[in-house]
Design a protein around this ligand. Structure first.
Ligand code: PAF
Length: 285
């Protein structure tokens, strides 16, 4: 069946209401478009568990800082519609900025604490923008569950906290990172990389692999692991580290020793492009 494009918020809301009344289970995949295999894996996962799959495509201005890439963020709705349909989406919801943020606009959702470290430290309003738009999208799409990628690990943790704290009546599903064959995590921002930078970008994955190798060998000191990861990233001249951190996977607080559920996350500039990647290790002793 051809994917249906809905642009109007009231139309999406009444469609969601009718679907719920008809007893249909709505699965939701929020995206900013320019879909790649990572997004499509989320759509396929939603397809397996839902009667109706809604994908939103909305480049959300409130989660970009003033000097970030909002204007040049890649956009291609026709391509996205085709890819979303092939992956099994029933509805693509693509509202306008004017409809999502009618002026004057004054209301934001903020998750405290968890949004301070890691990406929150260098992108101060990022999570406020994400939690605000995701709240709005949840109210509009009324999903029974929503799927987020582990690639944005902190985002998934923040949204799970928000859903618990604000009693949203839906489940959050977190899907594994999808990588290129050589290990680069898929991201719409990879399109910014020139061929040399594309090669250099592999340092993120190589640093994570080094960490895993050390941990498999019994190393539990964050200091030692972080030092080795930094060495790998700094070995390419185009790189600039934003952060490399080893934190508790629930509280996001720094860990000196790796124990329990551990998130190893990094954000690195490759030339003008900021890339993130991570790995979660559970039950370390
Ligand atoms: O992960 C993203 O693409 C965005 O942060 C999201 C969740 C669609 C909100 O704009």
């Amino acid at each position: 069946m051809a994917v249906r494009l809905i642009k109007s918020i009231p139309e999406m809301q009444s469609e969601a209401e009718s679907l719920r009344l008809a007893g249909k289970r709505i699965g939701f995949v929020p995206t900013m478009g320019y879909l790649h295999e990572g997004h499509l894996s989320l759509v396929r996962l939603a397809r397996e568990r839902a009667d109706v799959v809604v994908v939103s495509i909305f480049v959300n201005p409130t989660q970009f800082g003033p000097n970030e890439d909002y204007d040049r963020y890649p956009r291609d709705l026709d391509r996205d519609l085709r890819l979303a349909e092939e992956a099994g989406a029933d509805i693509v919801f693509n509202p306008s900025v004017e409809d999502m943020y009618p002026q004057p606009y004054h209301t934001y959702v903020l998750v405290e604490k968890l949004t301070e470290p890691l990406c929150g430290a260098s992108r101060p309003n990022f999570f406020r923008g994400v939690t605000t738009v995701v709240t709005k999208l949840f109210h509009i799409v009324k999903p029974h569950f929503a799927v987020f990628g582990q690639k944005d690990a902190q985002q998934a943790i923040v949204i799970q906290q928000m859903v618990r704290d604000l009693n949203f009546d839906l489940d959050i599903v977190v899907a594994p990172i999808v990588r290129e064959e050589d290990g680069l995590a898929l991201s719409s921002r990879n399109t910014y990389l020139n061929p040399q930078e594309r090669q250099d970008a592999l340092v993120l994955y190589r640093a994570l692999q080094k960490a895993r190798q050390l941990i498999d060998g019994g190393e539990r000191s964050s200091e030692v692991i972080l030092r080795e990861m930094r060495k790998i990233v700094e070995s390419v001249p185009s790189s600039r580290i934003d952060y490399i951190s080893i934190v508790d996977a629930e509280t996001l607080q720094d860990l000196r020793e790796l124990r329990g559920d551990v998130l190893i996350a990094l954000a690195v500039w490759i030339g003008q492009t900021r890339l993130i990647d991570n790995m979660i290790l559970r039950g370390l002793r």
